[in-house]
Design a protein around this ligand. Structure first.
Ligand SMILES: Cc1ncc(COP(=O)(O)O)c(C=O)c1O
Length: 446
């Protein structure tokens, strides 16, 4: 039989249909004979990386059939052919669902022992869909006071226009969450660790209160990802991820995801995503899938670097305060140990003596560390939270949660931590008024 273009196309369609996470319900992809999400397996003491997740992220978790591509292809098609009006095809139009997006969703769901996640164009698109799904005019949301500025802005400046009110509470105190619940509270949105102060909220304790009400508990797990924290296992109803950060990890793709074991909520979210057109594009989903393959190794290594750099910062005379859950001075060490899976993430924040002006000079003086409004990538990044990520949060609210104008956020990457320390060391000296020729010498050395 002659091999024609039509056969080739049919073969491709078949291959796509059988990609991990792209299989139709009629042709399930066989799973590996072990569960890569078995949390009880824990860390491999000899291998380092979290064994429970590394296999799944690396592309495993399903058995490949003869001739299947190792890497799921990008299906950059807006629409899918149908066998007449009776078609039961899984994908119809890419605003509703798409095979590449579905491949990402399958892995993100399995990482939390949940049905497939729902992927969105950005983290904020995911949060918007969640809010639209659970709240209508007259309803109420409880949100962490220490929360990403964009989340705060969405509630304070957008949802309020639609009659949804929000109370910002100190969720490090589970009792404060319980006291803030009202009969029409539909969602409790907690960010832990909080951006950028890294204070922790006790997910188990908050879930115990929320589950006695009609509200749902959603946890923004962007900073730790399912590799280091499992919100659904701890009692939350929904995990929120800005996949733009650690999940993708290379500063090349925006994205967000919601993971839930509540099928009715998942269906409602799927419907809202279709209605509002908030789905992630196939290319962004494909890039995110590539990043996900190395997530466990990256986040563990970056967290270890962060531990080392936080320790070094804490020992510097001119550093006034350092926040990282690994430090012995961290006030919530016991909670960190019980809630996190081994490491505590790669974000550190600190203040130098000399206030906001010193922070400004530090950001000008760094050379290897880059100043950017971003976290979670392989390169080390510095952010001035008060004027960048949290500029939309009213000053008094910012200061109440410790986001002073002097606070600097450090997202530690994969560089040799000794190089990052050298860069910070020199920049701290220069920002403290080191002579100009010191800076000139340094510029020529880098
Ligand atoms: C903790 C946290 N949640 C959500 C978001 C929003 O994600 P995105 O930028 O993908 O919309 C961010 C962005 O910085 C974040 O840091």
């Amino acid at each position: 039989m002659e091999f024609t273009a039509a056969h080739q196309a049919a073969g491709f369609r078949d291959a796509v249909r059988r990609q991990p996470g792209m299989n139709s319900s009629f042709d399930p992809h066989p799973l590996l004979p072990f569960d890569p999400t078995d949390l009880d397996r824990g860390r491999d003491p000899e291998g380092g990386a979290h064994g429970a997740f590394a296999t799944l992220c690396a592309g495993g978790g399903t058995l490949l059939r003869d001739g299947e591509p190792l890497v799921a292809p990008i299906v950059q098609s807006t629409s899918f052919a149908r066998d007449g009006l009776e078609s039961t095809a899984q994908h119809r139009y890419s605003r509703e669902s798409n095979p590449t997006v579905a491949a990402l969703e399958a892995v993100l769901g399995r990482l939390e022992r949940a049905p497939d996640a729902l992927a969105f164009a950005t983290g904020l698109a995911a949060e918007t869909a969640l809010l639209l799904a659970v709240a209508k005019a007259g309803d109420h949301v409880v949100c962490s006071r220490a929360v990403y500025g964009g989340t705060s802005r969405l509630l304070r400046q957008v949802l309020v226009e639609f009659g949804v009110s929000a109370t910002f509470v100190d969720t490090t105190d589970a009792g404060a969450v319980a006291r803030a619940l009202r009969p029409r509270t539909k969602l409790v949105l907690v960010e832990t660790p909080a951006n950028p102060t890294l204070v922790l909220s006790d997910i188990r304790a908050i879930a115990a209160h929320v589950r006695r009400s009609d509200a749902l508990l959603a946890v923004d797990n962007t900073f730790l990802t399912p590799v280091l924290q499992q919100p659904l296992e701890l009692g939350a109803h929904v995990s929120i991820l800005s996949t733009t950060k650690f999940v993708e990890g290379h500063s090349v793709a925006l994205g967000g995801a919601l993971v839930t074991r509540d099928e009715a909520l998942r269906e409602r979210l799927f419907f809202l995503r279709k209605c509002t057109g908030a789905i992630q594009s196939p290319f962004q989903a494909w890039l995110t899938l590539q990043g996900l393959r190395t997530l466990p190794v990256r986040i563990e290594r970056q967290s270890a670097h962060a531990r080392r750099i936080a320790r070094w910062l804490a020992g510097q005379a001119e550093v006034r305060v350092v926040h990282h859950p690994s430090l012995p001075t961290f006030p919530q060490s016991a909670l960190a140990a019980s809630q996190h899976l081994g490491e505590h993430g790669a974000v550190v924040s600190f203040e130098l003596d000399g206030g906001p002006e010193r922070a400004r000079r530090l950001l000008r003086a760094v050379k290897l560390c880059r100043v950017a409004e971003h976290v979670g990538s392989v390169e080390t990044l510095l952010t001035h939270s008060a004027s960048m990520t949290h500029a939309a949060v009213p000053r008094e609210e910012r200061e109440a949660v410790g986001i002073t104008d002097a606070l600097v956020r450090l997202s530690v990457g994969l560089e040799d931590p000794r190089d990052v320390i050298d860069d910070l060391d020199a920049a701290i000296q220069i920002s403290g008024g080191a002579p100009a020729h010191e800076e000139a010498k340094r510029c020529s050395a880098i």
